[in-house]
Design a binder for this molecule. Structure first.
Ligand SMILES: [Zn+2]
Length: 503
């Protein structure tokens, strides 16, 4: 064998480095394998072997084969002083890096649910605490809600299991598209319409394609060509719903459902039905035959689009369809539209869900023995008390001339009346800035014994708007300046009033 390898090296110039080559054996006793490896000057090794960053093995994958993936997440997290980052920074790392570390694995193999759960645990702990583990009480919002899109009230992190399915669906898309790749001929493209025969070929790829076929069909529709790669019953080719769902009674009489449209239409509408149809099935058959009689197949190949679009299949598009993103969270849509920094947006996200660690919320979770506000000692420290009712805060709104009495629920802050001379469209940005500073001042009081006065807070708000001004589109910047001047002016009045008070 060594001579063959040497001849290969002489012929091609590709010299084999035996020091870096491992010897893998299948079905050979260990002693004998070691002896053979020593003859070839190679290191004996065992499966799974890392190959192009993935575990390579002729056996079924076990959870331990995915430990390198979990280790890579741990190694990455250890490199960051995550506790020094704020949540906005950790969210960026979570969505950009921790989401992408498993991508290479997920686009080639079905990662076991337990492994995805472990990675999710790391992501969750990293986001909420910056640690590699965290107790459920420190997670302020359920992880499945965090993983919803921003329009649905989440933070837009990807659901790993859905993402794994979408990446693997690319194999189904590749085998059904019209490029004449040799591997498709070997694999048996026609088998795709008959998943049972596909899974029986025993290959790992066959199993993946069989398992992803239903997902793939649920998020694509077919523009009919010759009908050869379109499943008569399971693809959406005639309507937005597959025929097996539209004609359930008739479908229950079908003997061989894995047939292509071409197969059915070329054989005078041969559906392989059981004899003696029920009345419902007979009715459905008549109605289906009427529709089918008008269908014409052409010579061109079938074309497949993402459902309800004319876009070619992509994992990202499939993810959007499978996660069924519907804009349901008005607060979320308003928050993510503003131009304030992400740290303020994440604070606002928690504020509108009433998940901030106020004393009232902590008391409810049995973390704090007392729920009373530590600034005024007069009432329970709810979100409404911190941001509207506490005497210090009420003074601030009074100085601004903004009436917050009508704010009963968090969402009411969007619709309070603001001075008509100022740009109302920017209120969302301004109110988030003020709420954020109020929360900061509350935390300063609780944790650092800082005593902030209204004037300092208003001047901070004006300063923040000045720093964030460049984040706004040019046409909005005059409006931002207007709000800034207003805050400074209120401060001036405040100073004049307090000096008058002093007199
Ligand atoms: Zn108070």
């Amino acid at each position: 064998m060594k001579r063959v390898l040497q001849e290969f090296a002489n012929a091609t110039g590709l010299v084999i480095n035996y020091g870096k080559t491992t010897f893998l054996s299948i079905g050979v006793e260990n002693d004998h394998a070691n002896y053979l490896a020593s003859l070839l000057d190679m290191t004996p090794s065992s499966f799974p072997q890392p190959y192009l960053g993935l575990p390579l093995t002729p056996y079924k994958f076990t959870t331990s084969d995915f430990f390198p993936l979990i280790d890579s997440c741990d190694r990455y997290l250890a490199g960051w002083k995550a506790s020094l980052l704020n949540r906005a920074g950790r969210l960026v790392l979570c969505s950009s890096v921790l989401n992408f570390l498993p991508l290479h694995y997920m686009s080639a193999m079905q990662v076991p649910r337990s492994v995805l759960k472990t990675i999710d645990g790391r992501r969750r702990a990293f986001f909420w605490t910056g640690e590699d583990k965290c107790h459920g009480s420190k997670c302020l919002v359920a992880w499945e809600d965090v993983c919803k899109s921003k329009q649905e009230g989440g933070l837009g992190l990807k659901k790993l299991e859905t993402q794994n399915h979408c990446l693997l669906m690319k194999f189904v898309d590749k085998i059904l598209d019209n490029t004449p790749d040799p591997w498709k001929a070997w694999f048996g493209r026609d088998n795709v319409l008959a998943p049972a025969s596909l899974s029986s070929n025993g290959s790992y790829l066959g199993r993946i394609i069989t398992e992803e076929l239903d997902h793939f069909r649920s998020c694509t529709s077919v523009a009919l060509g010759d009908g050869s790669t379109t499943s008569f019953w399971f693809d959406c080719w005639l309507h937005d719903t597959p025929l097996c769902t539209l004609y359930p009674a008739l479908f229950s009489h079908v003997l061989g459902p894995d047939v292509s449209v071409q197969f059915v239409l070329q054989r005078d509408f041969d559906l392989h039905l059981r004899p003696r149809l029920t009345t419902a099935a007979a009715g459905e058959l008549t109605s289906l035959m009427q529709i089918i009689s008008q269908v014409q197949v052409s010579e061109t190949p079938d074309e497949r689009w993402l459902r309800s679009t004319t876009l070619a299949f992509s994992s990202r598009g499939a993810y959007a369809i499978l996660s069924n993103t519907v804009a349901t969270d008005d607060n979320g849509q308003r928050i993510w539209k503003t131009k304030v920094p992400n740290k303020v947006k994440i604070f606002a996200w928690l504020f509108f869900k009433n998940r901030l660690s106020t004393r009232e919320n902590l008391h409810r979770k049995h973390v704090q023995p007392e729920a009373t506000c530590c600034r005024c000692n007069a009432a329970s420290e709810s979100w409404r008390h911190i941001f509207i009712q506490c005497p210090f805060v009420a003074g601030l709104w009074q100085r601004l001339g903004i009436n917050m009495d009508g704010v009963i629920e968090t969402k009411d802050v969007w619709s309070v009346d603001t001075p008509s001379s100022l740009c109302g469209e920017l209120w969302e940005d301004v109110v988030l800035t003020l709420l954020w500073l109020l929360w900061e001042s509350r935390n300063g009081h609780v944790f650092r014994q800082e005593r902030l006065c209204v004037r300092v807070l208003l001047s901070k708000a004006a300063d923040d708007l000045k720093i964030w001004r460049s984040r706004f589109p040019i046409q909005s910047r005059i409006g931002v300046d207007g709000w800034r001047s207003f805050l400074v002016m209120c401060n001036y009045i405040s100073a004049a009033a307090s000096s008058l008070d002093a007199i």
